[in-house]
Design a protein around this ligand. Structure first.
Ligand SMILES: *Cc1c(COP(=O)(O)O)cnc(C)c1O
Length: 355
């Protein structure tokens, strides 16, 4: 039976990306060696790094003056590294979920971290809209897509202080106005690659302004200067990212990804709203196109486990909701086909007909 991977992360990747990466694992560029065994300084690997960086710039239309970096450590390391490099006195945070809150907490090691608005009291079911960011903040940090709670800011906000965004789970799903940001970062394992690499897009002339000594490995300038090869980069994850970036380009770029994301989400939210068994969990205007959360309506609560089993029997993988929301979460990243979403909808309809 065909499986549809709705996992939140690590998550679905295009089949071609997996196959092409697998080939290079056996024989990298006809060298007779595996991609796992070669030096990152081998002449054949440099073009991989160069092309991956260039494609990120091309696909997101990154303006001059920004550098792309690949590092290990995950988005979670960026919760430290960002303030290390940008926070002088205080920064503002929009608390829209677990990850946003983690970023805020870690920034407190470096200075004042202001929570300027939060939806915690409502279990993060909406994105706060009324903020007042003090003009003397070094930056304003947002999490553009809240992977766990299923809310998303699909428009890059206009603010008067530098903007920094955790885009771990919606990068490359829409055009981004990079010029609004001083730094964009994310773990690759949601929408870009296998786990093990983090991408950072950073405005170069904003670095080195904190007056703080930064350990070499944590200073973005080190990695810009060394082309992300200061130390051994995770070559296999970077290669898989390159394959995904090529796939996005072949398939029409981020504009086409955005269209598909809307198509998938319209279908699935449409069914959630129509089907008597289910309801969405977040404010309609903040619904994520990437992580679609829904629960059983109260009168059908006891059908939660039976629906999970029914959907699993029909090939749906990874639709169990995060423990802090419950119910279901269908993550619909770039590689999720409309057919996959349709298969889930068919399950929902069939299950409704039986009850
Ligand atoms: C998954 C996720 C993280 C954590 O990423 P790691 O690479 O595991 O550290 C941070 N922010 C968001 C929005 C995420 O979805």
């Amino acid at each position: 039976m065909k499986k549809y991977n709705f996992n939140a992360g690590p998550s679905i990747l295009p089949r071609e990306v997996i196959e092409n990466t697998a080939k290079q694992l056996l024989d990298f560029n006809g060298s007779g060696l595996s991609l796992m065994e070669i030096s990152h300084r081998a002449k054949d690997f440099q073009p991989v790094m160069d092309e991956a960086m260039a494609l990120i710039k091309e696909l997101l239309n990154v303006p001059e003056g920004y550098a792309v970096i690949f590092l290990g450590g995950g988005a979670s390391l960026q919760f430290h590294q960002v303030p290390y490099n940008f926070l002088v006195k205080k920064a503002a945070f929009l608390n829209t979920g677990t990850w946003a809150n983690n970023a805020l907490k870690q920034a407190k090691f470096f200075g004042e971290a202001l929570e300027i608005a939060s939806s915690k009291e409502a279990n993060y079911t909406y994105i706060p809209k009324d903020w007042n960011i003090p003009a003397d903040c070094d930056y304003f940090h947002i999490t553009t897509n809240n992977t766990i709670y299923g809310t998303e800011m699909r428009k890059d906000p206009d603010v008067k202080v530098p903007l920094i965004g955790d885009m771990s789970s919606d990068i490359f799903s829409r055009p981004v106005d990079v010029a609004k940001y001083d730094c964009i970062y994310g773990g690759a394992q949601k929408n870009l690659a296998m786990a093990g690499v983090t991408f950072i897009i950073v405005k170069e002339d904003k670095l080195g302004k904190t007056g703080r000594e930064i350990p070499t490995m944590l200073d973005y300038r080190t990695h810009i200067e060394k082309g992300s090869m200061f130390n051994t980069p995770p070559v296999v994850p970077i290669y898989s990212a390159l394959e995904t970036l090529r796939w996005i380009k072949r398939n029409g770029g981020v504009e086409a990804m955005d269209k598909l994301a809307h198509q998938r989400a319209d279908l699935l939210y449409g069914e959630i709203d129509r089907n008597k068994l289910f309801r969405g969990t977040v404010a309609e205007e903040d619904r994520s196109l990437m992580n679609i959360c829904f629960v059983m309506n109260d009168e059908y609560k006891e059908l939660e486990k039976p629906f999970f089993e029914f959907a699993t029997e029909h090939g749906m993988v990874g639709i169990k909701g995060h423990r802090s929301v419950g119910g279901f979460r269908a993550s619909c990243y770039n590689a999720m086909s409309v057919e996959g979403v349709q298969a889930l909808i068919n399950c929902m309809k069939e299950f409704e007909a039986k009850h």
